[in-house]
Design a protein around this ligand. Sequence first.
Ligand code: RP5
Length: 182
Amino acid sequence: GQSGGTETGAQDVAAGGAAPAGPRVGLIMGSDSDWPTMQAAAEALAEFEVPFEVGVVSAHRTPQRMLNYAAGAAGRGISVIIAGAGGAAHLPGMVASATPLPVIGVPVPLKYLDGMDSLLSIVQMPAGVPVATVSIGGARNAGLLAVRILAASDPVLLERMAAFQRELESMVLDKDAALRDK
Ligand code: RP5
């Protein structure tokens, strides 16, 4: 599959390892066809130098692998799971049911229904089993949210996120000035 591991510096799901420098975010998706959407989450994590692992875990096609992945993630040093899926997108919710870790769900838009099916499948979780759902195709925000979750207990990441926000602000202010200079 197109895990993109070599390009992003991500480790493969199968690599495992719970060393201190091991992956802190698990980035999984229902199919390698989700990668073009999910890549933006990997890029955000790489920008913040957050180590992550990436892999295909399908709720419907590899249910046992999904349960094993979810059950083992915390023990391997993962702190946040980002799960992307499209259509009948059960992966984020089912992973959340089998791990105590925070799960961020990314609704992947497919050919039909513009991702509304994915969104509704992921967002309408029963009370007791939360999934933090981002917008349709919102993988970059999923990556940034994972960074924020880690940053809450990591002063270095917190400062990096604050600097990123200052950068966003100055970009808007620059565009504002440029608009009036026209
Ligand atoms: C979902 O089915 C996957 O997350 C993907 O979005 C969709 C289609 O998968 P493929 O048929 O392209 O493998 O479970």
